[in-house]
Write a protein that binds this ligand. Structure first.
Ligand code: PAF
Length: 286
């Protein structure tokens, strides 16, 4: 497995793949890898002949300095895991490599509506940072495929829109959420939960699964206020502090869902200091 920490070194590796007419799948990550990331790598391997993983804790997408500073960095372990998975190349740039002019002077990408709605409203600048770094990685690697996990549902929607709007010739592979046996979605943030919090954490998935069942049973989606309020109360009674619970169209992410056949429940809740997110798509046609 090759490891590159400069753009030129990575480009050289990629040029060799392209000269050999090999297809490339990119898996962008911020490291601290877990089963969710490995599922992305597995899909990447199925799709393309060469798999490139990037590990970069992107300062531009953090709205709170404290989160950036505390973000777990486990590069040595990550590289061992990726080697075992048969990854071909890993890109491990520093912020200076990615943003030589500094973040303030960096050109940026914004996807209208999706950057500043829903999760974007609660985390100003976050999706601008994601769209910018992903477009830089797309330009550096120029992969045929790129894999993203559906745990970050809005992120996937935003990247698909960016790919369409900016004519990137890249197929986005959406990878389903990977969950622990008790239902908790894999996340780097789970490591920050103490034992008591870890035992409560799966209840977030339970609460939105119950909400999904209620939504399916409703004759129409005209008035969801009561079921939403009930779910927020349940989540808070389990010991969380709900930050947001929204139901939007699963394709457009529009809050106008009266005629939607598929909706997605998006939830964010604090457990102690840790903010967990989860989501569930509800298909009303089945
Ligand atoms: O999902 C993530 O880990 C990050 O947002 C991404 C896509 C790697 C961009 O920094």
């Amino acid at each position: 497995m090759k490891v590159a920490n400069t753009i030129n070194d990575l480009r050289q590796i990629v040029i060799d793949y392209k000269n050999n007419l090999q297809t490339i799948a990119l898996v962008p990550t911020m490291g601290n890898l877990h089963c969710g990331h490995l599922a992305l790598v597995k899909e990447a391997k199925k799709a393309a002949q060469k798999v490139v993983v990037s590990i970069f804790v992107n300062p531009m997408q953090f709205d709170k300095t404290e989160d950036l500073v505390n973000y777990p960095r486990t590069l040595e372990d990550d590289l061992k895991l990726l080697e075992k998975e048969g990854v071909d190349a890993v890109f491990t740039p520093t912020p200076e490599v990615m943003y030589p002019q500094g973040i303030g002077l960096q050109s940026y990408i914004e996807v209208p509506d999706l950057c500043n709605s829903l999760e974007g409203q609660l985390r100003p600048g976050h999706f601008r940072g994601v769209a910018t770094v992903v477009s830089k990685l797309f330009n550096i690697v120029q992969p045929n495929y790129a894999c993203f996990g559906l745990k970050d549902y809005q992120q996937v929607a935003l990247i698909k829109e960016m790919v369409r709007d900016l004519n990137f010739q890249i197929k986005i592979i959406e990878v389903p959420i990977v969950r622990h046996e008790d239902g908790l979605a894999y996340s780097s943030r789970n490591n920050r939960l103490n034992q008591a919090e870890r035992s409560i954490a799966p209840k977030l998935h339970l609460a939105i699964s119950e909400l999904a069942a209620k939504i399916k049973a409703l004759p129409n989606l005209n008035d969801l206020e009561d079921v939403i309020e009930e779910t927020i109360n349940n989540i808070d009674n389990y010991g969380f502090k709900t930050d947001d619970l929204t139901i939007v169209d699963a394709i457009t992410l529009s809050p106008d869902i009266k005629n939607s056949s598929q909706v997605v429940i998006l939830v964010a809740a604090y457990l102690g200091k840790v903010r967990l997110i989860d989501n569930l798509v509800v298909d009303r046609t089945k």
